[in-house]
Design a protein around this ligand. Structure first.
Ligand code: SF4
Length: 216
């Protein structure tokens, strides 16, 4: 799955420890996702909130304020309505699968994020998502895919990312890393490990000195 590649990219060691854990979506993601179905149409807060509560019955009611803030941000610009939503993409060649959140009339695709946008550009993990989807779409359609949009819903910002060769190389390198972890191989910790606030910090602490001395 493309989401697994993103987790390996964030930290291969953490992915190794958590590879069999189910990933649950956050309340904030549920809010942004539901809002995204309405982009390009009037964003009616009560109607969207009702849908959110139907989908996620135990959602914290305080999140309605987050929905309101996100709607205010999204209303600051024009959005193209979706022609299709939740389109599954896959690549048999690379054993990859993922999901496009929205496709608009002009054939452009986008993924939505429940995160604020950077002042410029896109996060590394989002560039990776766009590149992996482009690889899948190219295999499915036979046409080159130049890039896609990342929609940062809480800030109401849509950013285009043109896929670069380095993004494609990174997808392939991460696929190799992912496969070796799934085969049971313990990955090398990143050189900046251990990381504060990570629950595996102590396990990483013991291996990092060894790794640096191997390299230097
Ligand atoms: S401490 Fe850092 S390197 Fe180690 S598992 Fe956690 S995030 Fe990964």
């Amino acid at each position: 799955m493309i989401s697994d590649l993103v987790r390996v990219h964030a930290c291969p060691v953490r992915f190794y420890y958590e590879r069999n854990n189910a990933v649950t979506e956050s309340d904030r993601y549920a809010v942004c996702k539901q809002l995204s179905y309405h982009l390009g149409k009037p964003l009616e807060e009560d109607a969207i909130w009702n849908e959110i509560v139907t989908v996620r019955q135990k959602i914290d009611p305080a999140l309605k304020e987050y929905l309101g803030i996100s709607i205010t941000s999204c209303n600051k610009q024009e959005w193209k309505p979706s022609k299709e939503t939740d389109v599954r993409v896959f690549s048999n060649k690379y054993g990859l699968a993922g999901m496009i959140d929205r496709i608009t009339d002009d054939g452009a695709f986008s993924i939505i994020r429940a995160a604020g946008a950077m002042p410029m550009g896109t996060y590394a993990a989002d560039r990776l998502r766009i590149a992996a989807i482009a690889l899948c779409l190219e295999e499915m359609t036979g046409n080159e895919v130049e890039g896609g949009y990342v929609e940062y819903i809480p800030d109401g910002v849509s950013r285009y990312h043109a896929v670069q060769p380095r993004d494609r190389r990174q997808v392939i390198a991460l696929l190799h890393k992912y496969k070796s972890i799934v085969d049971g191989q313990f990955p090398e910790p990143p050189l900046n490990a251990p990381c504060n606030r990570c629950k595996y910090k102590e396990k990483c602490e013991s291996s990092v000195g060894h790794r640096l001395s191997e390299l230097l």
